[in-house]
Design a protein around this ligand. Structure first.
Ligand code: HEM
Length: 329
């Protein structure tokens, strides 16, 4: 994670303007493919990222889901969607083939576990199940983390005093070197920034559940089959749980707030049996990436206009996040 982030940082120049959302999307995609699948497959991160966005954009509209036969309509958007699917399918196929060709001794990591997995009847996954698992992890495993990091940079850009506090804490802990996994327990300032950013701008802004047993809350009956939406973006700003709920204050997490909160007052990763399986991975990644970048740079917002939000599957900046890169040196 740190090696790939350092490579990105080496490519940033003092004074230049970059779309940091785009930068972080490509970085987290690269990280997920290399770390989870241990893959060396040649990866055109920009093309894959663009294809994943194309597929994701489908969820910004209900049309594909309510118009019968939408998939067969000769629309340019449909053609782009099919091309994007073919590109991702080809990449995932290459990742799986590469792993299959490795000798048993060289096989480790999550992809090898998926290849070896068998159900209670001793049957392994079909080719399409395997592909679906890999694609799910690629999707679930990069956009969310990229958004958590993008909002962190935006909020640090809006709050220079928090950015200064982060920079001096990183200097104290790291003394001018890149972080390693052993530094994680000391990187609480970076972790608190990410935690606070996910409170204000939860990458997964709501999650759904279907009622399987009818129940009642304060006189309202929720029948079997009802669809419920639990919105992090609302609960996370509830003044019953957070002082000055709309304010960005990473230090609020410094004195054990997480332990004092009621269980579902803060739930960026959902909860229960379907909670995010990537929670630890994402927390580790977001902390290391933020520490690696912010140790070397600060990122300035170009203007005071609020960044437009897009609540698709995830909560992301609608037009990216253009920032001016400033070297701390
Ligand atoms: C900041 C980053 C992330 C956030 C905010 C996030 C959030 C979530 C949320 C809210 C859910 C639904 C949970 C529920 O319904 O209770 C979820 C599910 C899931 N996440 Fe994440 N996630 C993140 C990173 C990751 C990463 C890095 C991976 C993979 C390495 C991942 C893999 C998954 C998978 C596979 C599921 C489906 C789990 C299931 O249905 O059993 N996520 N995530």
């Amino acid at each position: 994670m740190v090696t790939l982030t350092e490579r990105v940082a080496d490519g940033l120049c003092d004074g230049e303007v970059r779309d940091m959302h785009g930068v972080l999307m490509r970085l987290t995609l690269d990280i997920v493919v290399r770390t989870l699948f241990g893959s060396n497959v040649e990866l055109d991160v920009s093309a894959v990222g663009a294809a994943l966005s194309e597929i994701m954009d489908r969820y910004a509209s209900m049309l594909p889901f309510i118009v019968p036969g939408y998939d067969k309509l000769p629309l340019p958007r449909q053609r782009r969607f099919r091309e994007a699917l073919a590109l991702i399918d080809g990449l995932v196929g290459r990742i799986i083939d590469e792993r299959r060709r490795l000798p048993d001794s060289g096989r480790n990591g999550l992809l090898s576990m998926l290849l070896a997995a068998q159900d209670e009847h001793g049957t392994g996954m079909t080719e399409s199940q395997l592909r679906d698992e890999v694609i799910t992890l690629m999707f679930a495993g990069h956009e969310t983390t990229a958004n958590a990091l993008t909002w962190s940079l935006m909020l640090l850009g809006q709050h220079p005093e928090s950015d200064d506090a982060l920079a001096s804490s990183l200097q104290e802990t790291l003394g001018g070197r890149a972080p390693t996994v052993d530094d994680l327990p000391q990187l609480t300032a970076a972790e608190n920034v990410v935690t606070e950013a996910m409170r204000l701008y939860p990458p997964a802004w709501s999650i759904g559940r279907e009622v399987i047993e009818p129940f009642e809350i304060r006189g309202t009956l929720f029948p079997r089959g009802a669809q419920l939406w639990l919105a992090q973006c609302v609960t996370h700003r509830d003044p019953r749980f957070f002082d000055d709920p709309d304010q960005f204050r990473p230090e609020r997490w410094a004195d054990g707030l997480a332990k004092r909160l009621p269980k579902f007052a803060y739930f960026p990763f959902g909860g229960g049996q379907r909670a995010c399986i990537g929670t630890s991975f994402a927390n580790m990644e977001a902390t290391l990436v933020l520490a690696t970048l912010c140790r070397r740079f600060r990122f300035e917002l170009l203007n005071a206009e609020p960044v437009e939000l897009q609540a698709s599957v995830t909560l992301r900046p609608k037009h990216g996040l253009r920032m001016r890169v400033r070297s701390r040196a």
